[in-house]
Design a protein around this ligand. Structure first.
Ligand code: AMP
Length: 310
């Protein structure tokens, strides 16, 4: 089947404890697509400027990502984001955000992109997410992400978008901020009450939690000791998660499928943080993914041997 993602396509400047890079291929849609490309044909929708060249397209094509719906804006500059991480990599400071070509972006999907079976509205202005949602009339499952910026300045629009999707994948802090609930369980339930049937709370190095109307599941992060650059971990998680759903077009999106999707999201994200930008994803193999999923399975299962309690 097919998967479409709309979101930022960017150049990122990143500073972490291990070093800095001034110009990395990034953006929420790019990180997502590099991960989801392991599961299904992925089309990226979003604008770029003149500075987005052959090398960037080649990186996406090397993973089979379809770039026909990337809109080149003549004379424009690609979205730019700069961030710095503290020693505690869960703490990130945004230093600069230049919307550039995103300022006047009006998504208009090709027939092939609009026909996608699974759609992900990665982090962009919620009005734009809705415009894409409305064009994807055939989608079986639509997921979305967002960020504190839109919760702050476009709350109402964001809620309108949430009402139109099947799954919301947000950081735990963002879920709490969005719903004004200090408790994560209550926050997730408040989002479920808006309409989506799935809420995933991303918790950085602590893993992720899955909330549905009748279930709860959580996984720790895969314990990689090599965290070089966490940028895009959330989008990569979403790419693994949504990609897994897309790879099972004939299965009902039930609790069991969602749990397995959580494992793939977790594993893909753990690879992404092991190098700057998309580097690790571009060298990643299917065998490495399969081995890490098996390891995660072993390390998160246990036999409940009843004991006489007193
Ligand atoms: P994550 O680490 O998963 O939250 O995603 C980081 C990616 O999001 C980076 O590659 C940035 O280019 C992109 N990004 C940062 N801020 C924004 C924004 N305001 N709108 C869209 N994308 C953004």
């Amino acid at each position: 089947m097919s998967l479409t993602v709309v979101g930022s396509i960017a150049f990122d400047a990143v500073e972490t404890q291990t070093g800095r890079r001034d110009r990395l291929l990034g953006g929420s849609a790019v990180h997502f697509a590099l991960a989801s490309s392991f599961f299904d044909e992925t089309r990226v929708v979003g604008p770029v400027g003149d500075d987005f060249g052959e090398d960037e397209y080649a990186a996406l094509h090397s993973r089979g990502v379809i770039t026909d719906d990337i809109e080149h804006v003549p004379g424009g500059k690609t979205f730019f984001w700069a961030g710095r991480y503290e020693r505690d990599v869960n703490v990130r400071h945004t230093l600069q955000t230049d919307l550039n070509v995103f300022e006047h972006f009006q998504p208009s999907l090709s027939e092939a992109s609009a026909a996608a079976d699974v759609v992900f509205l990665a982090n962009i202005q919620p009005d734009l997410q809705r415009e894409v949602r409305e064009q994807c009339t055939a989608a079986r499952f639509v997921g979305m992400d967002s960020m504190n910026l839109w919760i702050d300045i476009a709350h109402e629009s964001l809620v309108r978008t949430i009402r139109l999707v099947d799954g919301v994948i947000l950081n735990d802090g963002e879920l709490k901020q969005l719903t004004d609930e200090p408790n994560l369980v209550r926050a997730a339930r408040a989002v479920l009450d808006l309409g989506p049937r799935v809420v995933v709370a991303k918790q950085g190095e602590y893993g992720s939690a899955l909330f549905t109307r009748d279930g709860y599941f959580a996984l720790p992060a895969y314990p990689t000791p090599d965290v070089v650059d966490p940028t895009g971990a959330g989008d990569t998680f979403a790419g693994g998660f949504m990609g897994y759903l897309a790879a099972h077009p004939d299965e009902e999106v039930d609790e069991a499928l969602l749990r397995r999707a959580m494992a793939y999201g977790t594993v893909l994200a753990s690879f992404n943080v092991e190098a700057f930008g998309p580097e690790r994803m571009l060298s990643l193999s299917r065998e490495e993914i399969a081995a890490r999923v098996a390891e995660l399975h072993r390390s998160t299962s246990f036999d409940d041997a009843p004991v006489a309690l007193r």
